[in-house]
Design a protein around this ligand. Structure first.
Ligand code: CP
Length: 308
C-alpha cells in the first residue's frame, strides 16, 4: 500500500494505523533529504498550497511552509488578522476565493472545532488540519509519535504520560488517538479541573499526581496551560500550578531511569517546565520541531497522491 486511506488529514481519529506507518516510512525518506546539502525534491512541483491560519502559530505555520518549499510546491500564506475576514467575509467564501486562484491543497488552523471538517464537505481541494480549537492537531501527534519511535525504536508497548492542561488541548486528543493506534499505553495527568470528565472512555489511565505519572512512564509529553482558552479559573494561580504540576530537572534525575521529555511548544518556562528540565538531556523538544518538517512533507506528498 502506498496511498493514504483518506483524501484529507482532518484528525488522527479518521486514519488507520497503516496510514500512520506509511506516513512514518515516507517521513524517514524525507528526513534523509533534509540532511543533505540540497534539501529540496521536485515531488510537488505542479501543486499550489495555501496556508490559511485564523489563529496564531510559530512552529506549525513555518514547518508547513518549509515542508511545502522543500517539496517544490508553490505556496501562498493567508493570515486572518490582515484579511477581508475582518470585513465580514465567511470562512467558506474566503476559502472558495482562494481556491478560485487554482490552489490544490489547503492547510488550515482555526479556533472552531470542526472547521476543517465543515470545509471538507464543501470544497474539492485536499485539506490538512493544522489545529481546530480544542479538538485535534493531527500533524503534531504524528511528529510526537515519530519522535518517540526515533528515540525508543518503537511506539508499541511504550508508556506515555500526557501531563498538563488536557481539557483545552487539541494535542492531547490527537496524541491519545495516535499512540493508542500504534499500541502504546497512554496516561493523562493534571489537576482534576483540567481533565475532561469522560476522558477515561478513550481507554487512557487517569492520574492526578505528577510524581506517580513520571514514575510510571517512559515518555512524558508535557502540555502548556492554555490560558487563552480558559474563560474561568481552573486553578488558583500559575505559581500554585507550577508548585504541584511543574516539572524540573531534579524530579527527572531522581527517577533513576531513562525518561524522554517532550513538549509541543510554545513552552511557558517556569510554569509547566523549568528551564533546567526543558534544556536537559532528557528533552527532545527541538528534535520534535525538526521531525515536524519531515512529517509534514510526508503528509502533503501522500495526500497529493491520495484517492479522490
Ligand atoms: N505546537 C504548535 O502547534 O505550535 P504553534 O502554535 O507555534 O504552531
Amino acid at each position: 500500500m502506498s496511498k493514504l486511506s483518506k483524501k484529507h488529514l482532518l484528525g488522527i481519529k479518521d486514519i488507520t494505523a497503516q496510514d500512520i506507518q506509511l506516513i512514518f516510512e515516507t517521513a524517514d525518506t524525507f528526513k534523509d533529504v533534509l540532511n543533505r546539502p540540497i534539501k529540496k525534491v521536485p515531488s510537488l512541483r505542479d501543486i499550489t498550497i495555501a496556508n490559511i491560519f485564523f489563529e496564531n502559530s510559530t512552529r506549525t505555520r513555518l514547518s508547513f511552509e518549509l515542508a511545502e518549499k522543500r517539496l517544490s510546491a508553490d505556496v501562498v500564506n493567508f493570515s486572518a488578522s490582515t484579511s477581508s475576514v475582518k470585513k465580514g467575509e465567511t470562512l467558506l467564501d474566503t476559502v472558495n476565493n482562494i481556491l478560485a486562484m487554482k490552489v490544490d491543497m489547503v492547510v488550515m488552523r482555526h479556533a472552531s472545532p470542526g472547521a476543517p471538517h465543515y470545509l471538507s464537505r464543501h470544497i474539492k481541494a485536499n485539506i490538512v488540519n493544522a489545529g481546530d480549537g480544542t479538538h485535534e492537531h493531527p500533524t503534531q501527534a504524528l511528529l510526537d509519535a515519530y519522535s518517540i519511535r526515533e528515540k525508543l525504536g518503537e511506539v508499541a508497548g511504550k508508556k506515555i504520560a500526557i501531563i498538563g492542561d488536557i481539557l483545552h488541548s487539541r494535542v492531547a486528543l490527537s496524541n491519545i488517538f495516535a499512540l493508542q493506534k500504534l499500541g502504546a499505553k497512554v496516561m493523562v495527568c493534571g489537576p482534576p479541573t483540567l481533565l475532561p470528565k469522560f476522558i477515561s472512555h478513550t481507554g487512557v489511565l487517569v492520574e492526578t499526581d505528577v510524581k506517580k505519572a513520571l514514575a510510571w512512564c517512559d515518555v512524558a509529553n508535557v502540555l502548556r496551560i492554555q490560558l487563552e482558552r480558559q474563560q474561568i479559573k481552573y486553578f488558583p494561580s500559575l505559581r500554585e500550578y507550577s508548585l504541584y504540576y511543574g516539572i524540573n530537572k531534579k524530579m527527572l534525575d531522581a527517577l533513576k531511569k531513562p525518561i524522554v521529555l517532550m513538549h509541543p511548544g510554545p513552552i511557558n518556562r517556569g510554569v509547566e517546565l523549568s528551564s533546567d528540565a526543558a534544556d536537559s538531556h532528557h528533552a527532545v523538544i527541538l528534535d520534535q520541531v525538526e521531525n515536524g518538517v519531515a512529517i509534514r512533507m510526508a503528509v502533503l506528498y501522500l495526500l497529493a497522491g491520495s484517492a479522490n
